[in-house]
Design a protein around this ligand. Structure first.
Ligand SMILES: Nc1ncnc2c1ncn2[C@@H]1O[C@H](COP(=O)(O)OP(=O)(O)O)[C@@H](O)[C@H]1O
Ligand SMILES: [Mg+2]
Length: 254
């Protein structure tokens, strides 16, 4: 076989990771007088690397996360009261392995979503199936969906190893259907021992008000809190800091 034929054969065998680097690895083998076994080894590694990276890409896309957030980007000096240790503890993902939950409650702009997304992305890197949702929008979508679409949405929420409900009760009240869905999700995932991570600006004491049903709030919180890490984010809004910095920058440039 010549190079073109080898390239074609590799692609036919769906070994595009090897095919993509074939010419480089050939040159390398000649230039470095590399033994055959070593060349074969690096070529197999190229294939494995590409497969892993494509798998991550697919998992990331399927998760619906809108960014690859990192805990390393948090400036812990900005809000020194944030529960830093607990954030890193979440980031170890032990809670996902145990099917426990995480609840991040606190002031707007303090980094709740950022931390949740960073933990969710880390879970993807660790091989977990993750589903990220902006809670209110997702429940609104469910409310408007046909029964077939509803079944599909629910299946997606239940199947993932980690479900993120970001910004729950952002719009204060969620519709009755939304409240029932939240209850179903929490109950089912509790039975399946699958983790939920929730962020919210609303303290849990007020959830009854936002659900429009105090009993429902109690049963939801009961399941949710049974195995749960609670994080409270106190402090100033980083969004306001960023907005202030932008205003200063425009003033200086004019
Ligand atoms: N301590 C921090 N260090 C760096 N960036 C931060 C910090 N807190 C928040 N941010 C950034 O500020 C913005 C708002 O944070 P976000 O996580 O959406 O807040 P919340 O969900 O609590 O309302 C995001 O772009 C986030 O990355
Ligand atoms: Mg948020």
């Amino acid at each position: 076989m010549n190079m073109t034929e080898i390239d074609r054969a590799l692609r036919e065998l769906r070994l595009s990771g090897m095919a993509d680097t074939l010419s480089t690895r050939m040159m390398q083998a000649q230039a470095c007088d590399q033994p055959f076994i070593e060349t074969l080894g690096v070529m197999l590694q190229d294939e494995l690397d590409q497969r892993r990276s494509r798998l991550m890409d697919r998992r990331f896309k399927r998760s619906d996360l809108d960014e690859k957030a990192a805990l390393a980007d948090m400036d812990w000096r900005f809000n020194p009261k944030l529960p830093r240790t607990s954030c890193f503890e979440l980031h170890t993902l032990k809670f996902v392995g145990e099917g426990a939950n995480a609840l991040i409650v606190g002031k707007p702009g303090t980094g709740k979503s950022h931390v949740a997304k960073a933990v969710a992305y880390q879970a993807i890197l660790q091989g977990y199936d993750v589903r990220y949702t902006e809670a209110d929008a997702e429940f609104a979508r469910y409310t408007l969906a046909t029964s077939l679409e509803r079944a599909k949405l629910m299946k997606g929420w239940l199947a993932a190893d980690l479900l993120v409900l970001d910004d729950l009760f952002l719009a204060r009240r969620i519709a009755d259907v939304g409240a029932e869905v939240l209850q179903a999700i929490v109950h089912q995932r509790y039975k399946l021992r699958r983790s939920i991570m929730i962020t919210s600006n609303r303290v849990v004491q007020d959830w009854g008000k936002y659900l429009g049903d105090a009993t429902m709030a109690t049963t939801i919180l009961d399941r949710l809190m049974h195995r749960c890490t609670m994080l409270e984010f106190e402090g100033k809004s980083y969004r306001l800091k960023e907005a202030a910095a932008r205003i200063i920058a425009t003033q200086e440039s004019s």
